[in-house]
Design a protein around this ligand. Structure first.
Ligand code: ADP
Length: 252
C-alpha cells in the first residue's frame, strides 16, 4: 500500500476530487482527517471510508477562517501525532460573468476560499511538517490556473495564485524535506453536474471544457485522485513545484 500508516489531511473532502482522493488514500493505508464546510457531505465521506475498512475523522471547518484552519491542523496532530500529506483542495467556482460585470463581493468570496484558504492551510501545516522534516502538499489549481478561462476572470486569477503559492512554497521548503505540487483538473464530472451546470443555463455561457470534449467525456473524480495519491506518496520523491495537468487534452 502506497500510503501505509501515513497521516493525511484532505480539505473539501465532502465532494468530487476531495472525496475520491480521501477514499483512495484510505484504501492505500492512510489515516485521513476529512475537512469540509459541509458537515453532511463530510460525514458521508467518513462513513464511506469506514465501510471500506479505513480509518478517518471528520472536522467541520471554513478553510478561509484562520481559527478553523488552526483547529483542523491541531486536531490532526492531537489525534494522529503528525501530518505526512496535505491535500489542500477546497475551492469554489465563480458565477460566470464578463470582468466588468463581476460584483465586488464575488471577488472577495472567490479569493477568500481559493487563495486565502490555500495560504492558511499551507501556513499551519508547513509549521508541523517543518518540525518533522518531511511532508507532501498537493494544492488543487485548475487549467484556469495556467491560462485564462472565458467569463471566469476571478476564478482564473485565484487559480493562478494557487500555482504561484505552490511554486513559492516548493522553493522555500525544498531543503526541509517538504514537497509542494499542484494539480490542474479540466472538467470534472461532479462539479459539472451541480452548481456549474446551473450557471450554464443562467448565464448562457458554455465553458471550453464542455465544448471541447477531446476525449468525449469529463474526468471521473477518481482519475484525479490517482494523481493526488501518486504525488502524496514516496514514489513522487523527486517532484516538487510541479504543476501537473490532468485535463483529458483540454489545453492542447
Ligand atoms: P470538485 O469537483 O473540484 O472537487 P466540488 O465543488 O465538488 O469541487 O468540491 C468542493 C468541496 O469544497 C465541497 O465539498 C465544498 O463543500 C468544499 N468547500 C467549499 N468552500 C469551502 C470552505 N470555505 N471551507 C471548507 N470547505 C469548502
Amino acid at each position: 500500500m502506497e500510503l501505509q500508516d501515513k497521516i493525511a489531511i484532505v480539505t473539501g473532502a465532502g465532494s468530487g476530487i476531495g472525496r475520491a482522493s480521501s477514499l483512495l488514500m484510505a484504501k492505500q493505508g492512510a489515516k485521513v482527517v476529512l475537512v469540509d464546510f459541509n458537515q453532511t457531505t463530510g460525514e458521508e465521506t467518513l462513513q464511506l471510508i469506514k465501510e471500506q475498512g479505513g480509518e478517518a475523522i471528520f472536522v467541520q471547518a471554513d478553510v478561509s477562517n484562520s481559527k478553523d484552519v488552526q483547529n483542523y491542523v491541531q486536531t490532526a496532530v492531537d489525534t494522529f501525532g503528525r501530518i505526512d500529506v496535505f491535500f489542500n483542495n477546497a475551492g469554489v467556482i465563480q458565477k460566470f460573468a464578463p470582468l466588468a460585470e463581476v460584483e465586488d463581493a464575488e471577488f472577495d468570496r472567490i479569493m477568500s476560499v481559493n487563495v486565502k484558504g490555500v495560504f492558511l492551510g499551507m501556513k499551519y501545516v508547513l509549521k508541523v511538517m517543518e518540525n518533522q522534516g518531511s511532508g507532501s502538499i498537493i494544492n488543487t489549481a485548475s487549467t484556469a490556473g495556467i491560462r485564462s478561462e472565458h467569463s471566469a476572470s476571478i476564478y482564473s486569477a485565484s487559480k493562478h495564485a494557487v500555482v504561484g503559492l505552490t511554486k513559492a512554497a516548493a522553493l522555500e521548503y525544498v531543503k526541509k524535506g517538504i514537497r509542494v505540487n499542484a494539480i490542474c483538473p479540466g472538467g470534472v464530472k461532479t462539479a459539472l453536474t451541480s452548481s456549474v451546470e446551473r450557471m450554464f443555463t443562467e448565464t448562457g455561457y458554455v465553458p471550453e471544457e464542455v465544448s471541447v470534449m477531446r476525449m468525449g467525456r469529463y474526468a471521473e473524480p477518481n482519475e484525479l485522485a490517482e494523481m493526488v495519491v501518486f504525488l502524496s506518496s514516496d514514489k513522487a520523491s523527486y517532484m516538487t513545484g510541479s504543476v501537473v495537468v490532468v485535463d483529458g487534452g483540454l489545453t492542447l
